[in-house]
Structure formats: C-alpha cells, structure tokens
Write a protein that binds this ligand. Structure first.
Ligand code: 5GP
Length: 143
C-alpha cells in the first residue's frame, strides 16, 4: 500500500467505527474512538482512531488532526495515571513501508516499563478480560 490511493471502507477500523466489528472501548467523542489494541505491544496499548475517513495523517485535515493529537495527549496522561508506566511511546505510521498495516489513520499510545521488552508490532492476541480491565482503569483516569 503506497501513500496514495483510495480509502477502503471495508478496513477493520472503518468496521469498528461503524459498530460492525467489536472493540474494547476506552473513550469516544465526536472526533475519535479510542480502544485497546487487540495485539498489544505492551499491556495498556491504546489506539486513538480519528473518525474522519482518511488513510493516513497526510490525508487528514488539520482540524481533525489537531483534535486527535489533543486526545492522544489525554490518553497518554490517563495511561500514566492508570498503569504507572516509566515511559509512554506515541507512534503513527503512514504507508506499508513505514509499518502501517491498517489503512485508517490512527495513533498508538504504548506504556513502557524498564523490565518489560516491547512486544512485536501486531504480535500475539491479548486476553479479552485483561483488555477490559485495562480499558476500565484507563477510562476512569481520563481527565
Ligand atoms: P498499524 O500497523 O497500522 O500502525 O497498526 C494497526 C494496529 O491495529 C496494530 O497494532 C494491530 O495490533 C491493531 N489491530 C489490528 N486489527 C485489530 C482489530 O481487529 N482490533 C483491534 N483492537 N486492534 C487491531
């Protein structure tokens, strides 16, 4: 998938945004849907997904991008409060060559601990009960 091209309405995040596929939700407002990554790179890995129909950040209009980045910061703070990590990584990939695998714009918020190595991007599937517990803690910590 190059940086250019048409938006695919059947991508998994479009289906989640339409309620046609499940997710473990942390937060939703008019701009974004935030949910747990099902193949987390560390416990508490959250995705911030703008609702705008855009494949990547280059396609996203500035207003939607600003709103999303504010939510990314808010989510990083909530992850810090809820899970007490030593660091928080924020990533965002544009195009397959950059590591993007789902072609709907999204940001990763990934807590880090010194003694916990970062899992593989898109690695093993998480336990659903654990994801729900983490989501509830993070949602409760949102300002
Ligand atoms: P990308 O590689 O495009 O930046 O990230 C896509 C992310 O979406 C990956 O971290 C992957 O684990 C996650 N992901 C893929 N499919 C699903 C899904 O069906 N549900 C959830 N919650 N996350 C998904």
């Amino acid at each position: 998938m190059s940086l250019d091209g048409a938006y695919d309405d059947d991508n998994i995040f479009a289906k989640i945004l339409r309620g046609e596929a499940p997710c473990v939700k942390v937060h939703e407002d008019g701009d974004v849907l935030c949910f747990m990554d099902i193949f987390p790179q560390s416990p508490g890995h959250v995705l911030v997904v703008p609702k705008a129909r855009a494949r990547n950040m280059l396609d996203l209009d500035d207003g939607a991008l600003k709103a999303a980045v504010v939510q990314v910061k808010r989510m990083a703070k909530a992850v810090k409060t809820a899970l007490d990590p030593e660091g928080v990584v924020v990533t965002q990939f544009n195009g397959a060559q950059a590591g993007q695998t789902v072609f709907h714009i999204h940001f990763h918020v990934i807590p880090r601990w010194r003694h916990q190595p970062l899992g593989r991007h898109g690695g093993g599937q998480a336990d659903m009960d654990e994801l729900k517990q983490q989501a509830a803690k993070i949602a409760a910590a949102l300002d």
